[in-house]
Write a protein that binds this ligand. Sequence first.
Ligand SMILES: Cc1cc2nc3c(=O)[nH]c(=O)nc-3n(C[C@H](O)[C@H](O)[C@H](O)COP(=O)(O)OP(=O)(O)OC[C@H]3O[C@@H](n4cnc5c(N)ncnc54)[C@H](O)[C@@H]3O)c2cc1C
Length: 294
Amino acid sequence: MNILHEFEYFKPKSKKEALELVKSQGSKAKVLAGGTDLIIMMKEKMIKPDAIIDISDLEELKGIKCEAGKGAEIFACTKIADIEASKELQEKYPALTYAASQLGSNQVRVMATLGGNCCHSSPAAETPAPLSALGAKVVISGLEGDREMAVEDFIHGNRKNDLKEGEILYKFIFPEPAKHSACRYGHIGLRNAMEIDCANMAANIELEDDKETIKNVKLVMGSVSIKPLVSQAVPNLLKGQKLTDELVVKAGEAAQSEAKPISDVRASAEYRKEVIGALARRLVKEAYEAAREA
Ligand SMILES: Cc1cc2nc3c(=O)[nH]c(=O)nc-3n(C[C@H](O)[C@H](O)[C@H](O)COP(=O)(O)OP(=O)(O)OC[C@H]3O[C@@H](n4cnc5c(N)ncnc54)[C@H](O)[C@@H]3O)c2cc1C
């Protein structure tokens, strides 16, 4: 039966109060943001926390700050729908706003938060690949202070991340996109309707001043490893080169050589490898063309 068990409910009025509660309640409590993962897990009796600490309404944990020339900050409890709709983010980080637009349905996006998507740490999650490709860092808060790390280091695997007892995810910080660069996101699911991805990917390409030679590449794959997989082979192949059709094909093969997918209800490992090759070919080309226009 989908009836929730009994638990204590806390609704802190400030980030400090939330941190005190997270510290005092320890591992018997769970933080609630949008609840679109947590409540389902509770209904399905996968977890039975003794206490819920609801941080969803904390103003200190919500909002988007995007300043010309200064990157951006997105606070952890910002709704996915607000990220999708932000004109400033669409302008600067279209790979992220596009990924946000592909997460679940409208009903899910108005509840779900960016922090929740990363803290749930599902290998198939929509936002970690673009966040990582864009060079975003998470800022983690505890009563003793803040610490920060790259998104790909924060996520350790399914429902596992770097949060220690007494800590919450506070915000994401983004560097300003490099000159002559562009990042693109893509995903493949088994059907067009609401569907968790069988694979996703983001590719960020920066060009030299000639707008042809590739200076830097960050290509990140989702759902083909226990955590966002940052390619080493694709940058090794493409850096210092001008993109050709032959290199596009090789980039697909390079990404495939690194992917370590599993077979599950959504797709076989073989299918995921095929998809990774197709995504890499498409996104490398799209990001390169967009970077030439940037
Ligand atoms: C119908 C449906 C479709 C979905 N489709 C997709 C999809 O296409 N792609 C996708 O990626 N996801 C999808 N999801 C999953 C889910 O919506 C997302 O992962 C969402 O972003 C989770 O955010 P939330 O705010 O609801 O997290 P919650 O459910 O509130 O929390 C998730 C976990 O993170 C922890 N947590 C949340 N915020 C913090 C914080 N600031 N600090 C510390 N811990 C925190 C919670 O304690 C919990 O363990 C779907 C879910 C549903 C129900």
